[in-house]
Design a protein around this ligand. Structure first.
Ligand code: HPA
Ligand code: ZN
Length: 350
């Protein structure tokens, strides 16, 4: 067992930023910064219902998930051409590299685009090319996960899967996102069964605003290998036991939870309790352009607001590699690099 060196509170933010980590819950459309939204609107001749970057940014005051989703889908309306998807993903990946993210599994919402007449191929090719170029340039490993919008029908999800299958080699799995309450996982039982048959990885948003019952059905009905958010799990002792026993990862997003009023304040976030319960929790940014921060901002702010220490930091980074769908050899290398970075923070008394 690796012994975690004690690190003073003053040096903890530096350690959080420096440690290598994986990001497993990032919606690429949620990385569109207002400046890029306006630049793409101008490039594509799209009219936005906001007069300026400042006016758009000032609309980012959310009361719940739906109030965010309404603005998030409006922002994505500027994406029309392959180059737009490419530029968006390159911008995110460049930002992720600055945060010492060595591996990213990136969600995309094809229905948001195909419903506007953008071909599936345009979306997937733009995003995939960005992942390839980012890896060639900076070494970051990046893969794609196709998400179905749960406020739409299962039939629509099946049609989306059909459209994407010619490019199955360009995404590693499927997820489930958008408005949670009233759209339980079992609504998508058949399409996820088909995805499993196709050999795709399966994840699902559950227990963000929805009840623990949605986490149970994400696991038992959809066969989810990871739960996105999952913070409501702590209300159900048997569920916590199940998640802990199986090391089922939770991709937790502290700033998202704060901005969407899942917790009143960051100091009330249950991340420390999730870790203390032995769960494979990870920290992620969700929609960084909308929630006020990328991955390191999430880490630094949630650590500042709670009483977590270097031990928790190590656990979170280690969990992020364990929870990823990357090859085992890559995981071993990143775990080794994680230890090396922690060793640099050993405080010597000279
Ligand atoms: N929850 C559900 N759907 C989403 C989210 C989220 O946090 N972000 C983008 N789509
Ligand atoms: Zn999400």
């Amino acid at each position: 067992m690796f012994k975690i060196p004690p690190v003073s509170a003053a040096r903890l933010p530096e350690l959080l930023r420096a440690m290598p980590k994986a990001e497993l819950h990032i919606h690429i459309e949620g990385s569109l910064e207002p400046e890029l939204i306006f630049a793409l609107a101008q490039r594509n001749g799209v009219t936005l219902p906001y007069a300026s970057v400042q006016a758009l940014r000032s609309a980012y005051a959310f009361s719940n998930l739906q109030s965010f989703l309404d603005i998030y889908y409006a922002g994505a309306s500027v994406l029309l051409h392959e180059q737009d998807f490419y530029d968006m993903a390159r911008a995110y990946l460049a930002r992720a590299v600055q945060d010492n993210v060595v591996h990213a599994e990136i969600f995309f919402d094809p229905q948001t685009h195909t419903a506007r007449g953008v071909p599936m191929e345009t979306v997937i090719h733009g995003l995939h090319r960005a992942c390839q170029d980012a890896r060639a340039e900076s070494g970051i490993s990046a893969t794609l996960i196709l998400c179905f919008l749960r406020h739409l029908s299962e039939e629509d999800a099946f049609a989306t899967l059909e459209q994407a299958l010619p490019w199955q080699d360009k995404f590693i799995g499927v997820g489930l996102d958008s408005s949670e309450v009233g759209h339980p996982p079992e609504k998508f039982a058949r399409v996820f069964a088909r995805c499993r048959e196709l050999g795709l990885h399966v994840v699902a948003h559950a227990g963000e605003e929805g009840p623990p019952a949605y986490i149970w059905s994400a696991l038992d009905v959809l066969g989810a290998e990871r739960i996105d958010h999952g913070v409501q799990a702590l209300h159900d002792v048997a569920l916590v036991q199940r998640l802990a026993q199986n090391r089922t990862p939770l991709t937790v997003c502290p700033l998202s939870n704060q901005k969407l009023c899942v917790f009143p304040n960051l100091k009330d976030h249950n991340l420390p309790q999730l870790l203390e319960a032995g769960l494979c929790a990870t920290v992620n940014s969700d929609d960084p352009a909308y929630f006020g921060g990328y991955l390191n901002d999430n880490l630094v702010q949630v650590f500042a607001a709670t009483d977590m220490t270097a031990r928790h930091a190590y656990q979170l980074a280690s969990n992020s590699f364990e929870a990823s769908f990357a090859p085992e050899a890559d995981k071993r290398l990143w775990q080794h690099r994680l230890k090396e970075v922690f060793e640099l923070f050993v405080e010597h008394d000279y």
